[in-house]
Design a protein around this ligand. Structure first.
Ligand code: NI
Length: 178
């Protein structure tokens, strides 16, 4: 007999054009609850289902300051990072590289960002912690914290490129392909 699967929920990913993505999210004020635990599990599931390495709550339509990151894409449970109410408190250096976002499928742009980043956030229990990341992890901290501030990575590219992307997305929307 097959053992029953624990309750898992996968949310659809919200795409560019939905105002929730460009609205600053609200702070998390309740910690350690079963609801929060379930929501975090669902966020990881939704991220893995979409093959992402990071996901912010507004990307599943929830305007809360919650982000999850897993650079191992589900391969290593020790790599799972939960950030509640994250703030970037230190940045240094510079890196340049292609960046994409689950909310902008099919697009990738070169984005220059700091190379070493320290984030201060709260964990599931509400305890504050600091974490420093370099390269891809630094990029993930910045990208996800941007999401919680209502910013997408295209805010870091030229106005010309950004307008082009928005125009392409509008076309796709009209064609019912977005
Ligand atoms: Ni994103």
């Amino acid at each position: 007999m097959k053992e029953s699967e624990p309750d898992k929920k996968t949310y659809p990913i919200v795409k560019l054009g939905d105002p929730v993505l460009e609205t600053p999210a609200e702070k998390v004020t309740e910690f350690g609850t079963p609801e929060l635990k379930q929501f975090l599990d669902d966020m990881f599931e939704s991220m893995y289902a979409a093959h992402g390495v990071g996901l912010a709550a507004p990307q599943i339509g929830i305007g809360r300051r919650i982000a999850v990151i897993d650079l191992s894409v589900g391969e290593d449970p020790a790599k799972k990072i939960v950030l509640l109410n994250p703030e970037i408190i230190h940045t240094e250096g510079r890196q340049s590289g292609e960046e994409g976002c689950l909310s902008l499928p099919g697009f990738r742009e070169n984005v220059t960002r700091p190379n070493r980043v320290t984030v201060r956030a709260q964990n599931f229990e509400g305890e504050f912690f600091e974490m420093t990341g370099e390269e891809l992890l630094a990029r993930a901290f910045l990208h996800e914290t941007d999401h919680l501030n209502g910013r997408l990575y295209i805010s870091h590219v030229s106005a010309l490129k950004r307008d082009l992307i928005r125009r392409k997305v509008r076309k796709l929307q009209k064609a019912g392909e977005w």
